[in-house]
Design a protein around this ligand. Structure first.
Ligand code: UN1
Length: 501
């Protein structure tokens, strides 16, 4: 607890804990209560949105490359704070140090991307059908953006949204997960450091609203937020999206995944085994891109299962602060119950479970360490169609490639996917129109660990949103189509005649 507070102080958050707080904070590492924070009341949150609206009115007039300069400075702050912020991510989420720092690196990367983007927010010019006319589109700042994030990527996913929003001219109102509020306050503090001596930055560009699902619902309902970008479970998306839609606002959803990998007879298992292990057990299976389903050709299934069991058995599981640990704890007891429930159900549905035990329970009765589970399933039954946010890898076999793709796509979610093959036809088919139906489809790498340069997001129940790279910025701006008449005549479109005599 002392370390968490001293890291907060280093990062610019003084005394975040409150004796009168109502948001309990518990360490996933040892289960101890860190203390309480104070959730924002409805009126406090309302005021923060009002401040963001004020900031918007000024910020939208600042030239985009100048807005980019602020994000460049923010990136510098993040570089300087990579170690302490990465460590705070580890302490708050239980992810290993390497991954905590990796998250901060992802923030730095998106800042770099956004700085370049700030000079490229350009539209098209189209030929007009009318003589002496020009048509073009221009992109303008939209409004303050509501950003709702999950515990598992407490800082990187916010940064994808914030860096892009801010260069687009939109302040950010951020509701972090109630399980990871300290990293959010730390990011805000680092941002304030970057903005301190930057004249063009109005106060209140980054607001943090602390609270649970009621706070998220309030942001969803707030018509001053033209866009609400929300990351979390499909259930969360189903609760929020209708609220945003009800006021005809824009929603960008990044929801659950149930990510699969097809392992073909030509797969290079020396590549596939470590890729599968990282994707299935990294972050203790708590990434939306975690690998949950293996669809393996029967010719390689036995060899692969054996190698995976060995790889899982060698894995160092425990205190994520130890440099050689590869898998830390689950976030809390609820996550552990979901893990146990899914494994019981898998057994009921005919699955053979390897691993899946609780570990270190005597030392940490209130923290939840587990060994990852490999579950050989007779078919892709109901349990394998759900996302359980834990290290469970279901393995099914196939004979015919077409069946493998069909099985791959036969789940409600459509986030990330991969195929391991050295057969060009299989690879291209998987990436083509009849292949993977996901927003992310990879060849010879796992489904997780995406770079920020591409658009990130999924289809079907994964929500349809796209964040981070490519042209995802367009969701954060208002597009105007402009037609300019520089002639002395008034020809109408579609050749319509409208004579007044
Ligand atoms: C998430 O789990 O919500 O692709 C985001 C990845 C990370 C981001 C995951 N870059 O695994």
């Amino acid at each position: 607890m002392d370390e968490i507070l001293s890291l907060c102080a280093t990062l610019g958050v003084a005394a975040p804990l409150r004796a009168d707080g109502d948001l309990p904070l518990r360490s996933p590492i040892d289960g101890h209560r860190t203390g309480f924070l104070l959730a924002d009341s409805g009126s406090a949150a309302n005021h923060k949105v009002a401040v963001a609206v004020e900031a918007f009115h000024q910020w939208r007039t600042v030239p985009a490359p100048r807005r980019g300069e602020l994000i460049r400075r923010f990136g510098e702050e993040l570089r300087a704070a990579k170690q302490p912020l990465g460590r705070l991510v580890t302490l708050e989420t239980g992810k290993i140090l390497e991954e905590g720092r990796g998250e901060v690196q992802e923030m730095i990367d998106i800042c770099d991307f956004a700085v370049g983007l700030s000079r490229q927010l350009h539209g098209l010019t189209m030929p007009s059908e009318r003589p002496g006319h020009r048509m073009m589109e221009t992109w303008h700042p939209l409004s303050p953006v509501g950003v709702i994030t999950a515990f598992n990527f407490p800082v990187a996913v916010w940064a994808w949204n914030a860096a892009v929003s801010l260069v687009c001219g939109d302040p950010v109102v951020w509701k972090p997960s109630e399980k990871t509020p300290l990293t959010a306050l730390a990011c805000q503090a680092l941002f304030l450091r970057a903005a301190q001596n930057f004249d063009a930055a109005p106060d209140g560009l980054v607001q943090v609203v602390l609270g649970g699902s009621a706070a998220a619902q309030r942001l969803a309902a707030d018509a001053r937020l033209g866009l609400v970008s929300a990351t979390g479970s499909c259930r969360m998306g189903r609760a929020l999206a209708p609220v945003v839609a009800g006021r005809l606002g824009r929603c960008l959803l990044e929801l659950g995944g149930n990510n699969g990998a097809v392992i073909t007879p030509s797969a290079d298992l020396d590549l596939a085994v470590p890729a599968i292990a990282f994707a299935a057990v990294g972050t203790a299976g708590q990434r939306c891109t975690s690998l949950r389903r293996l669809i393996v050709h029967e010719a390689v299934a036995a060899a692969l299962a054996e190698q995976l069991k060995q790889a899982f058995a060698r894995l160092r599981i425990g205190d994520p602060r130890q440099p050689d640990t590869r898998m830390g704890p689950l976030i809390d007891g609820q996550a552990f119950s979901a893990f146990e429930r899914a494994l019981a159900r898998a057994r009921d549905e005919g699955g053979r479970v390897y691993g899946g035990a609780r570990l270190l329970a005597e030392r940490f009765p209130d923290a939840f360490y587990v060994s990852p589970a490999l579950v050989e399933m007779p078919e892709q039954s109901a349990v394998a169609q759900q996302e359980t946010f834990a290290p469970i890898l279901y393995m099914m076999t196939y004979r015919d490639f077409g069946d493998a793709v069909a099985m791959h796509n036969a789940v409600p979610q459509g986030l990330a996917s991969s195929i391991f093959t050295n057969d060009l036809r299989e690879a291209e088919t998987f990436l083509g129109a009849t292949g993977s139906d996901c927003g992310i489809a990879n060849v010879n790498i796992g489904p997780s660990g995406a770079e920020i340069g591409g658009a990130f997001g999924g289809e079907k129940a994964s929500g349809g949103g796209r964040e981070a790279g490519s042209d995802s910025w367009k969701s954060y701006m208002r597009r105007a189509t402009n037609t300019i008449n520089y002639s002395r005549a008034l020809p109408l479109a579609q050749g319509i005649r409208f004579d007044l005599e």
